[in-house]
Each structure stands twice: as structure tokens, then as C-alpha cells.
Design a protein around this ligand. Structure first.
Ligand SMILES: NC(=O)c1ccc[n+]([C@@H]2O[C@H](COP(=O)([O-])OP(=O)(O)OC[C@H]3O[C@@H](n4cnc5c(N)ncnc54)[C@H](O)[C@@H]3O)[C@@H](O)[C@H]2O)c1
Length: 318
């Protein structure tokens, strides 16, 4: 697949490798690059999904390292990926679970196998100063390596704020995957004011190489999907709070009347009501006109009802 990709994009090139201190770096800034090595930081739901989707798409990458501060999280990520692949194998016997698992290295150190044409994707907890600090350290670690792209998978924070300490802004962007990553086809590529066209092209090529589809976004609240989805969910909550219709009727209406696969309340239960509350809070700070505070979400979260993951939200789950 990469061969086809390369022949269709004359901008993607290679450079000569040189050693700079402890890192292997290319001798000159390349144009758009073909991602050869990956470093994913954060091995939770999203980081492990990105690692799995990249590894299962084929032997495109020389290395995929997934890093987390928590060894327990890495162990869970490995178990989650293996179990997902085994489920896939039961439907498609050509899947080689050990081979795909063998493409991923799990580590507590932020140490890629190579800095040559390296894509670093941050998928850690959604806390601004922790992310800012991480990007500060990454910029320092890779300061002599022009062929390293740094990307954030944030859902709700401005990419610009996260990258405030980034030194090479032309090589910094947003790369927003959807949950569950191995199944969801879309990736939003967020081009900031200073993201270079070459960096953007490299990310689009990477997304294509793992069998997904990209859309181009600006660094605006919610990018495209959540910008439409969150006000929609907020409107559904207000409808419920005003007593205009029931949870079940609103969900049924949107599934049968608008052709949506899930109603807004089923969707919120699936995402997690704690996550919805967190994202809403960030949004209300960024632009209070987009979302209204919700009494019902607060009451449910305060009672420990987080949706599907806790067994109860707007619905009950066995
Ligand atoms: N959950 C979703 O549906 C979803 C969808 C799209 C994007 N996102 C975004 O992806 C990111 C991760 O979300 P998630 O749901 O995977 O979270 P998660 O809580 O499942 O995982 C976060 C992981 O980051 C690790 N971590 C925390 N600080 C770290 C650090 N400094 N260095 C290395 N690892 C660290 C934690 O140990 C944890 O394993 C967030 O920015 C979130 O907004 C989430």
C-alpha cells in the first residue's frame, strides 16, 4: 500500500542518516515524509487503539513503541490488543495475532527505536498542563531531529495551547482518532496556523496507510465531528430536562427518523457520562454559547452512574 502511496506523492522523500548525540537524525529537513517509526504516548483506550490499528494495517512501520508512565496500564493495553485481535481472528483466520503483537513494543521509557521519519502521537489523560509539559520534554528530546512530527489526539483542548512549548511548530499538528480506534474509519487531521503543508501531507499519508480516511480541520472547538455532536447531545439533554420527551422516545426518534445508528442518550452512555461532563466543562469555558450546563448529567455522575462502563447511565446495562 505504501508503494502506491509513494508513487502518488512526489513530495515524500528520504534523507541521509547522521548521529546527533544519542538520537539518529536525518541530515536535512525533508519535505513530506513517509512515516517509518512510531512512538505513541499513553496506553489507555485511545493509545492502545492507535497502536493496534497501526500494527494490524500491515508491516508498514519499522517500529511502533507505546509508552505509558504506568506499567499496569501497559499490561492492560497488551491484553486488550491481544483479545481484540483474537476476536478478529475468530472471524478471519488469516489474522496472525503473534505477528501483529510482535510489531508493538510496550515501554515505560519515552525512547523510540529510531527517530528517522518518526511520528509521535500523544494520547495521555486530558489535562492541559500535563500535556504541555510532555510536549516541552518531547521538543527538547527531539530538538536536533527535523524528521519527527509531534501530534496530539486531544478531543477538547486547543491543540495550540497544548503545544505552547513546542519549538518546531511546523512539525506539530492534531491527529484526532475516534473510539474504538480499530473500528472507526475517520481521523481528523488538525492543521494549526504554523503546521507546514508537508507535515499535513505526511499525516494524511499516514492515515491512508493504516486504512483510514482523513478530513482536514482547523483548531476550533470539537474540530468537525464533536462540534456538531456535542451541541446535539446538549440539545437532547435540554429537551429531557424541559420534559418535552423521554430518553427512550428521543433515542427512537433519532434512530428511526434521522437514520442515526444510536440515539443521543445511548451515545452519551457509550462515551461515558464522566467524559461527557469533562468535555462539556472545557467547551463551556471556550465558548459558553455552544453548550448548556446539565443538572441531569451532574446528578448521574455524582451518583457514580457513568453510563455503559459502570452498568448504569441513562439506561441500565447487565
Ligand atoms: N476516550 C475517547 O473516546 C477519546 C476519543 C478521542 C480522543 N480522546 C483523547 O485521547 C486522549 C486519551 O484518552 P483515553 O480515553 O485513551 O484516556 P485513558 O484514561 O484511557 O488513558 C490515558 C493514559 O495516559 C497515561 N498517562 C497519563 N499521563 C501520562 C504521561 N505523562 N506520560 C505517559 N502516559 C501518561 C495513563 O496512565 C493512561 O494509561 C485524551 O486526550 C482524550 O481526550 C479520547
Amino acid at each position: 500500500m505504501f508503494r502506491a502511496l509513494l508513487s502518488s506523492s512526489s513530495k515524500i522523500g528520504y534523507g541521509t542518516n547522521l548521529y546527533f548525540g544519542r538520537s539518529i537524525c536525518t541530515s536535512k529537513q525533508l519535505d513530506a515524509m513517509k512515516v517509518e517509526n512510531m512512538l505513541i504516548i499513553g496506553s489507555g483506550l485511545m493509545g492502545s487503539g492507535i497502536a493496534q490499528a497501526s500494527a494490524q494495517s500491515g508491516p508498514h512501520f519499522n517500529s511502533i513503541v507505546i509508552q505509558d508512565v504506568n506499567q499496569g496500564a501497559l499490561d492492560k493495553a497488551a491484553a486488550r490488543i491481544k483479545s481484540n485481535l483474537e476476536k478478529m481472528k475468530s472471524k478471519n483466520s488469516s489474522i496472525n495475532v503473534d505477528e501483529i503483537m510482535g510489531r508493538i513494543t510496550f515501554s515505560t521509557n519515552i525512547q523510540p527505536k529510531s527517530t528517522d521519519n518518526l511520528l509521535v502521537i500523544e494520547a495521555i489523560t486530558e489535562v492541559l498542563d500535563v500535556k504541555q509539559n510532555l510536549f516541552k520534554n518531547l521538543s527538547e528530546q527531539f530538538k536536533d531531529c527535523p524528521n519527527v512530527i509531534l501530534a496530539t489526539n486531544t478531543s477538547s483542548l486547543p491543540c495550540k495551547d497544548i503545544g505552547i512549548h513546542v519549538t518546531n511548530h511546523s512539525r506539530y499538528a492534531g491527529l484526532h482518532f475516534f473510539n474504538p480506534v480499530p473500528l472507526m474509519k475517520l481521523v481528523e487531521v488538525v492543521k494549526l496556523d504554523n503546521t507546514s503543508d508537508d507535515t499535513y501531507d505526511s499525516l494524511v499519508d499516514y492515515v491512508k496507510s493504516i486504512g483510514k480516511v482523513s478530513v482536514k480541520c482547523k483548531d476550533t472547538p470539537g474540530f468537525i465531528v464533536n462540534r456538531l455532536l456535542l451541541p446535539y447531545m446538549s440539545e437532547a439533554i435540554q429537551m429531557l430536562e424541559r420534559g418535552d420527551a423521554t430518553v427512550r422516545d428521543i433515542d427512537t426518534a433519532m434512530k428511526l427518523g434521522a437514520g442515526y445508528p444510536m440515539g443521543p442518550f445511548e451515545l452519551m452512555d457509550y462515551v461515558g457520562l464522566d467524559t461527557v461532563q469533562l468535555i462539556n466543562a472545557v467547551w463551556m469555558k471556550r465558548d459558553p454559547s455552544l453548550i448548556k450546563p446539565s443538572k441531569i448529567i451532574k446528578e448521574l455522575v455524582d451518583s457514580g452512574h457513568f453510563g455503559k462502563k459502570s452498568g448504569k447511565g441513562f439506561y441500565e446495562y447487565k
